[in-house]
Design a protein around this ligand. Structure first.
Ligand SMILES: [Zn+2]
Length: 311
């Protein structure tokens, strides 16, 4: 699962985002709220005088602001909800911002599941989008980050509305018997530290009925394999393993694996040598998987891992 490429936005793009919000905000309100907060917080640097700088705080800082929320008084919360009133003032404008930057941000498949395409499209009179903008930290739980750029995760409606919705983290990540987490920097796709792909292998595993060379989909399971607790929580939270084990998805993964068995690397290399062409060109012609497909097509991670980790 990819990271949202916020680092690819230019200074001009960020200024565009800031302007769209700051120009419609009463600056005195932020001044009042900030002065109340900095009297109480141990981390005043998280709350710069410049509202624009606050809005483009990176995810690491958003995580700290989230953990700092216990200092907020009810008057602070009330004022924060007024200043950062996402649904009343900015939902459409922020949505349009993400539409206009979708290529830079790498928006093509859901950042949580990689199972559904997410993209903008045009009708005769307007630009629309086939995606939701999930608030990683929910507005009610974290009113200060409701319009912060790095808090938005473009996602499919299943992940955003049906699964994550406004569930508290302990429910979403099934934390009942585990200690609370306060560090979300490995978990949010908008964080620099999000390394799902490096830490999780999606593999095909024979179940007790035995896979066989031309195994049927009921004879194997798709497994999300990881040692990292953070990613175990994400996999569980978004029901990834259960959702990936739909028979048609398993069938396609198995077809790819069968193709790999017929064309091991040595055979691909022989073909490349015979036709005097590159290994990677023959490889992508056989498996229909090149870098672009891996990065931008649904199930890119699944197909890449099936070829990489299964023999
Ligand atoms: Zn999704």
């Amino acid at each position: 699962m990819k990271r949202v490429h916020f680092e690819k936005l230019s200074r001009t793009d960020l200024d565009e985002y800031i302007t769209l919000i700051v120009n419609n905000t009463k600056k005195t309100n932020w001044k009042i709220l900030r002065s109340s907060i900095i009297q109480k917080t141990s981390f005043p640097e998280l709350y710069p005088e410049d509202l624009g700088a606050f809005l483009i705080s990176d995810f690491e800082n958003l995580n700290k602001i989230y953990n700092d929320k216990q200092i907020l008084s009810s008057a602070d919360i009330k004022l924060a909800k007024k200043i950062f009133n996402y649904s009343e003032y900015w939902a459409k404008k922020i949505g349009d911002f993400f539409i206009s930057k979708y290529e830079k941000l790498g928006i093509s498949t859901c950042f949580y599941c990689d199972m559904n395409y997410i993209f903008p499209y045009n009708t005769i009179d307007s630009e629309r989008r086939m995606f939701d903008l999930d608030h990683f930290f929910e507005n009610a739980d974290s009113p200060l980050t409701a319009t912060s750029l790095y808090n938005f995760i473009p996602s499919c409606q299943v992940c955003n509305s049906r699964i994550k919705h406004d569930k508290p983290f302990n429910i979403l990540y099934h934390l009942e018997n585990e200690p609370d987490i306060n560090d979300f920097t490995n978990i949010s796709p908008s964080s620099e530290n999000y390394k799902f792909d490096e830490n999780v292998k999606i593999i095909i595993s024979e179940n007790s009925t035995g896979l066989g060379f031309f195994g049927e989909s009921s004879k194997f399971d798709i497994i999300f394999d990881t040692e990292e607790n953070d990613y175990k929580r994400v996999i569980k939270g978004f029901n990834l393993q259960e959702r990936y084990n739909f028979p048609m998805i398993k069938k396609q993964a198995l077809e790819l694996l069968n193709c790999k068995r017929q064309f091991p690397d040595t055979r691909v290399q022989k073909i490349a040598t015979f036709f005097n062409t590159k290994f990677c060109d023959v490889y992508s012609a056989i498996f229909r998987l090149d870098k672009d497909t891996e990065d931008n097509a649904v199930f890119g991670k699944l197909y890449k891992d099936v070829l990489k980790y299964n023999d």
